[in-house]
Ligand binder design. Structure first.
Ligand SMILES: Nc1ncnc2c1ncn2[C@@H]1O[C@H](COP(=O)(O)OP(=O)(O)OP(=O)(O)O)[C@@H](O)[C@H]1O
Ligand SMILES: [Mg+2]
Length: 342
């Protein structure tokens, strides 16, 4: 803006502008012009303090990330948002990122701006999705451990990330895994903990969510350390195992009931194991083939589609499943106890 034009504006316009800027309008016009000039200069400077260099990653749902440089030439990643992103949500995303960064699991937050709708953070190097594509779906145990440590830290600092997309994991300059994109994240409060029966919601859902997102591209068995941290009852979803047949109806005749129960207790376990083994093999075979033919476009598309289904939904689904499973397990235990008594 050409500041010299301020002097030629009518007094009423100057006063109106001064009011908007919360200045003391009882002061002289010359004083108001001086103060307004300072404010406009500050805004201009703030606006131009970063130069966009290039786009980083794909355009997201709410905005785009750019590689930017400040006046000293230092480079950062700037996540920009459409004006539809509310100040509250932008601030929440920035604050949660900043908190995670304090615990070294996310890129350090440089600043955020609710007027121009952006977050500036340290620039990271590459994402986990590309890494897995370039390394034939192999994720070193060290990296899997880093991922689990990230989830444990998130639980400790009471932030549920809720978006375990492989594109939301990136590497810093030293090759250490970091988590980005707190767009879906929220604080772990009592309500959330009650809803999911645990305060460790990241450990409960994030390894599971990650493996489910990757399932069609990389065999889950490529991530043994992560798989170890998925609840046993949820592994059936990851490994594509058919649920066990429904329980037989309970007969009123105690003699018949006993014999049926015994049969079930004896017969069920090997059948389950067999099913698990054969499904594992199938999963291994089919994912092997799929990995071979997967191209960058195809994988990106499919991951995008999957990402659309929010983790919240999945979390709900799997909590439902968990409840079902645990009820089944309880029933099984009761049956076992009863048949032992018999
Ligand atoms: N700190 C960073 N350094 C380098 N690249 C980054 C950084 N943050 C984000 N990116 C790139 O920008 C992409 C999109 O970022 P991000 O995941 O935060 O946004 P999004 O998925 O579009 O967000 P949302 O899901 O909230 O719409 C990332 O996949 C990554 O390629
Ligand atoms: Mg993202």
């Amino acid at each position: 803006m050409d500041m010299s034009k301020l002097n030629s504006l009518p007094k009423e316009d100057i006063v109106k502008m001064a009011e908007l800027c919360h200045l003391d309008t009882t002061r002289s016009t010359a004083h108001l012009v001086k103060e307004l000039t300072t404010i406009f200069k500050q805004v201009e400077e703030k606006k131009n303090r970063y130069t966009r260099i290039s786009q980083l990653g794909a355009k997201g749902k709410e905005g785009t990330v750019f590689l930017v440089a400040n006046r000293t030439g230092a480079q950062y990643a700037m996540k920009t948002f459409a004006s539809t992103k509310s100040d509250r949500n932008l601030e929440k995303e920035a604050v949660l990122l900043g908190k995670a960064a304090e615990f070294h699991i996310s890129p350090p937050l440089i600043e955020y701006d609710l007027h121009d709708n952006f977050i500036v953070m340290e620039k990271l190097e590459g994402n986990l999705f590309d890494y897995l594509r370039d390394h034939k779906g192999k994720m070193p145990t060290r990296m899997q451990k880093e991922m689990i440590d990230i989830f444990k830290t998130l639980d400790r600092i009471q932030i549920f990330h809720a978006d375990p997309n492989p594109l939301n994991f990136m590497f810093d300059a030293k090759g250490k895994l970091k988590i980005i994109d707190f767009g879906f994240a929220k604080a772990i409060d009592d309500k959330l903990a009650r809803e999911h029966d645990t305060r460790e919601v990241n450990m409960r859902f994030m390894p599971l969510g990650f493996l489910l997102k990757m399932r069609d591209l990389v065999p889950p068995t490529n991530f043994p350390y992560l798989l170890k941290h998925v609840a046993e009852e949820d592994q059936v979803h990851v490994l594509n195992i058919a649920p066990p047949p429904p329980n037989p109806p309970v007969s009123s005749s105690s003699k018949t009931t006993k014999s049926i129960k015994r049969k079930v207790v004896i017969a069920k376990e090997p059948t389950k194991d067999k099913a698990r083994e054969s499904t594992k093999d199938k999963a291994r075979e089919s994912t092997k083939d799929k990995t071979k033919e997967s191209t960058k476009d195809k994988t990106k598309e499919s991951t995008k589609d999957k990402t659309k289904q929010s983790t919240k939904d999945r979390a709900k689904e799997s909590t439902k499943d968990k409840t079902k499973e645990s009820t089944k397990t309880k029933e099984k235990k009761t049956r076992k106890a009863r048949s032992k008594k018999v």
